[in-house]
Design a protein around this ligand. Sequence first.
Ligand SMILES: Nc1nc2c(ncn2[C@@H]2O[C@H](COP(=O)(O)OP(=O)(O)OP(=O)(O)O)[C@@H](O)[C@H]2O)c(=O)[nH]1
Ligand SMILES: [Mg+2]
Length: 239
Amino acid sequence: MGRCQNLRLLPGTHTIIRADGRSFSKYTSSIFEKPFDLKFHELMVETTKALLSELGGIYAYTESDEISVLFPPDWALFDRSLEKIVSISASIASATFTGIARTAVNFDSRVCSAANKSQVVDYFLWRQADATRCALNGWSYWMLRKNGETGENAAVILEKKSIAFKNELLFQNGINFNELPAWQRRGTGLYWEKYEKPGYNPIARQEVVAVRRRLKVDEELPIKDEYKEFIYGFLNVGD
Ligand SMILES: Nc1nc2c(ncn2[C@@H]2O[C@H](COP(=O)(O)OP(=O)(O)OP(=O)(O)O)[C@@H](O)[C@H]2O)c(=O)[nH]1
Ligand SMILES: [Mg+2]
């Protein structure tokens, strides 16, 4: 009888899980608008909510077909078993998206352990930079395609071109990149916010205010240094 692996997350480290849609280029190509589709984005946001709330994360971020979820150093779910975390997170993402979209899709999942807070911050800055880069490339590519270029030509035209070139290309075609919806350029953040819920205590016969928490979907994330500070705000004091 072979032995099953039972790897565990490093103790005392922040953990980030990243789930990514499997072959979504193929899946999305005929049914969703390019480069961005609001309905697809909403499906991703719902999937992000499920991961964040079912696994007990403190912050989540989604862009394109990927979702990152941050967990605190003392996160103890599944005894920090790596295989459980990876498989269950991929399963929650796949089941949630599939259930709402009514099309069977798969997500993969991986774990990134951050050695310290600045690695957590760098991770989220890195994913946001990726979102911005992909948005500019995606809009430029599909603008060229709309103007009659073949896929191959569009790729050649954009190869090694500067950010300024792509911005100008869009501008000449009536699109100001900086005015596109922020969720496309910066990605979307999800986190818990406290709110007060008025109620009535029938035993004490009193109006009471309960503090509850709900998920905030932030479609207007800050960028760069401000985003850095924003992410630091989710991390515990120490190290
Ligand atoms: N039409 C459309 N496609 C989208 C949208 N958002 C993401 N996608 C697609 O999702 C893909 C995500 O890229 P990848 O994860 O690198 O590609 P993939 O095909 O999923 O490949 P693997 O993740 O390696 O399985 C993009 O290339 C797009 O094709 C959207 O709003 N509309
Ligand atoms: Mg993918």
